[in-house]
Design a binder for this molecule. Structure first.
Ligand code: 5GP
Ligand code: ZN
Length: 136
């Protein structure tokens, strides 16, 4: 993809701090980290989001996320770990090349990944169940 910053980083055309690389992925440090060690898993092929990425590659990305969580936790001695993956502007996506955020968490850090819990009503539950079942 022309003009995709993550395509250029993934291919090595634009430099980034690379923690890991294989045939399918490059793992880099985020330039605007939420916490120390915040990294991004970038597939080398361009897919805009979770809807576009093939299932097999999505599976490999999750396996790599698990490996990186272990490695980063050992290396940085963090106390917890978030894996975040945004799709679409309303969900906070700003770079439209699929990526997974690996965010080490530290006791007392100020990383805000929380939301205000609502209530699951009976009405919503029934509506969601029937709509979702119809889509499988
Ligand atoms: P999104 O909001 O799309 O889920 O995440 C995009 C992430 O990419 C942000 O955390 C941002 O800091 C990071 N980012 C944007 N441009 C660059 C860049 O050129 N290099 C690196 N290493 N990270 C970037
Ligand atoms: Zn791209």
């Amino acid at each position: 993809m022309e003009n995709c910053i993550f395509c250029k980083i993934a291919s090595g055309e634009i430099p980034a701090t690379t923690l890991y690389e294989d045939q399918d992925f490059r793992v880099i440090l985020d330039l605007g980290p939420a916490s120390k060690g915040h990294a991004l898993i970038l597939p080398k092929e361009h897919y805009a989001n979770i809807y576009e990425i093939p299932e097999e590659l999505a599976g490999k990305a999750m396996i790599l996320a698990k490996k990186m969580a272990n490695v980063l936790t050992r290396a940085l001695k963090c106390d917890g770990f978030n894996i975040v993956q945004n799709n679409g502007e309303p969900a906070g996506q700003t770079v439209f090349h699929f990526h997974m955020h690996l965010i080490p968490r530290y006791e007392g850090d100020q990383v805000g990944l929380t939301w205000n819990p609502g209530n699951l009503t009976e009405e919503d539950k029934e509506e969601i169940l029937s709509k979702v079942k119809a889509e499988f």
